[in-house]
Ligand binder design. Structure first.
Ligand code: NAD
Ligand code: MLT
Length: 523
């Protein structure tokens, strides 16, 4: 297997990869060069420099994984990669402390004009009055985005005796209390803060989250920091607010366009800038390179990623418990997918018993993958299954109940189209997958090979003639199960056979009196 590293990366990560794969390092590639090159590679390892566009992904027919040595994936067309079934992994924790420390450094530099004073003295000037600063002690810091880095910044700023206001719609009151911060709206942060720092990803919602309206209500003399992504604070609105004196200073590490040579706000003396250095420490670069290299090794060797951003990833120890259920639902999906017409509208997956206490998202994705594979063929995988279900307007419902009647854990998959429903229930016994119900019929099947599944009337002289039809054609029956709800009612028969059953033979079975339908399921 071959790995392409297209941004400069710490040697520790490359050395790890080289123990397993052929690794080529080729930085500074244009889009066209990358399109041409990527065709031969199984994995691509990048930082923020490489733009992985839809054009790059289109031709990347061998590519299985993109590793982002860092946090932000805004330089990757995630949707295009997901549609193509390419796993994207990042290194969410490796550089968070470095980015948080850089933010605090920027805040202190801003409060005390350290970069400007440094430049002045180096130009042989002694300007003690010019660089009057402010203390941060007792001041209010507004933090927008209280994730990994935002939280670390908040902790450190509390160490400097600052009061923290935070806005993050996805953070609970308990988490805010645990961090000792007060949750507030963006408006409240704008009105009350002396310093404001942003730590969100760049999304539709966060782009320009600080804009002219927010600047208008800020305290005079406010200072702003952006070590997250260019565009979260509107650069033009900031330049206006610097010009009219509302803002006393700004410290930016990230920009809408990098490098930001044409940015108007770069002209201001009270703006300090660094060239996207938040993660540029020896420690962070080793951490992210090693973390992503490990992920690439695991995934290319058939394991599951810990930090996949486009498939659900769970802890390896949970994955060990889930693995037999992934196998189970794969089989169940294949069976029920062959029993029901392909145009179902809804998939319900119900987890009962012990398994319901786990994070079963990978099992749900595996069930969907198996169902859709049966319907649309081999282009489906764990990465694109959910997106494909959505694009086919198939509703997916996952539900859980802690109780399970006979088995410690069961999984039920139900497909429906209007009033028409079909379901299958399975369990795992000693790591062996078993089917225990098809619709409401109790069965006990260890699924394998070829199975004929036939509904029939529960009366004598139906099963025998079926066996005769198969016997005459030399088709060996290796197992048989009959499940019924009531005597004389409809019954289900499952015949395990050793070879494929051509349709004319099935048709002959369908003509036996009492047989309602007969389908061949192939695993
Ligand atoms: P994270 O995912 O841990 O935290 C982001 C937080 O933003 C989450 O808590 C999320 O709930 C919150 N958020 C999302 N949408 C929001 C919205 N509309 N309003 C308010 N909050 C919202 O990410 P992180 O690891 O803390 O990284 C934060 C940012 O820093 C990212 O943009 C990342 O790319 C960037 N980063 C920059 C550098 C650098 O070199 N300057 C280094 C590392 C990370
Ligand atoms: C990140 O998102 O991790 C940062 O932008 C750091 C980087 O990759 O340089």
């Amino acid at each position: 297997m071959k790995v392409l590293v297209s941004d400069s990366l710490s040697e520790e990560g490359i050395t790890k990869l080289k123990k397993h794969f052929t690794v080529d390092v080729s930085t500074g590639l244009s889009e066209d060069e990358l399109v041409e090159k990527i065709k031969d590679y199984d994995a691509l390892l990048i930082r923020s420099g490489t733009q992985v566009t839809s054009k790059v992904i289109e031709g990347a027919d061998k590519l299985k994984i993109i590793g982002r040595a860092g946090v932000g994936v805004d330089n990757i067309d995630v949707d295009a990669a997901t549609r193509k079934g390419i796993i994207i992994v990042n290194a969410p924790e490796g550089n968070m402390l470095s980015a948080a420390e850089h933010t605090i450094g920027m805040m202190m530099g801003l409060a005390r004009n350290i970069p400007q004073a440094n430049a002045s003295l180096k130009s042989r000037k002694w300007e003690r009055n010019k660089f009057m600063g402010v203390e941060v002690n007792g001041k209010t810091l507004g933090v927008i985005g209280l994730g990994r880095i935002g939280a670390e910044v908040a902790k450190r700023a509390q160490g400097l005796d600052m009061n923290i206001l935070a806005y993050d719609p996805f953070i609970t009151e308990e988490r805010a209390q645990e961090l000792g911060v007060k949750l507030a709206s963006v408006k409240e942060i704008a009105e009350k803060s002396d310093f404001i720092t942003v730590h969100t990803p760049l999304t539709k919602e966060t782009r320009n989250i600080i804009d002219a309206d927010e600047f208008a209500i800020m305290k005079d003399g406010v200072r702003l920091i952006n070590c997250a992504r260019g565009g979260i604070i509107n650069e033009e609105a900031l330049a206006d607010a610097l010009e009219n004196g509302k803002v006393a200073g700004a410290a930016f590490d990230v920009f809408v366009n990098e490098p930001p040579f044409d940015s108007r706000f770069l002209e201001f003396d009270n703006v300090i800038v660094t060239p996207h250095l938040g993660a540029s420490t020896e420690e962070a670069q080793i951490n992210v390179a090693v973390s992503v290299a490990d992920e690439i090794i695991t995934v290319l060797q058939g394991g599951s990623a810990k930090n996949a951003i486009n498939i659900p990833s769970v802890k390896p120890e949970v994955m060990t418990i889930l693995a037999p259920y992934i196998q189970l639902v794969d089989t169940m999906g294949k069976i029920i997918g062959q029993l029901m017409d392909r145009n179902y509208e809804k998939v319900e997956i119900v987890y009962n018993g012990d398994v319901s206490e786990k994070d079963v998202r990978p099992v749900t994705v595996a069930a969907l993958k198996s169902l859709l594979e049966t319907a649309v063929g081999s282009g489906v995988n764990y990465v694109n299954a959910q997106a494909l279900a959505k694009s086919r307007k198939i509703g997916v419902v996952e539900s859980k109940s802690e109780t399970s009647k006979e088995y410690t854990s069961t999984v039920r998959i139900q497909l429906s189209k209007g009033a028409e429903k079909k379901s299958i229930t399975g369990t795992v016994v000693g790591n062996v997958a078993k089917i225990i119900e098809i619709d409401d019929y109790h069965v006990d099947i260890v699924p394998a090979g070829y199975m004929i599944i036939a509904h029939h009337i529960n009366r004598p002289n139906v099963i025998g003639p079926c066996c005769l039809v198969l016997g005459k054609k030399n088709i060996n029956i290796s197992g048989m199960q009959v499940g019924r709800v009531e005597i004389g009612g409809t019954t289900i028969m499952v015949l395990n056979v050793d070879s494929e059953v051509p349709d004319p033979i099935l048709e002959e079975m369908r003509h036996i009196e009492g047989i309602l339908d007969a389908k061949l399921v192939t695993l």
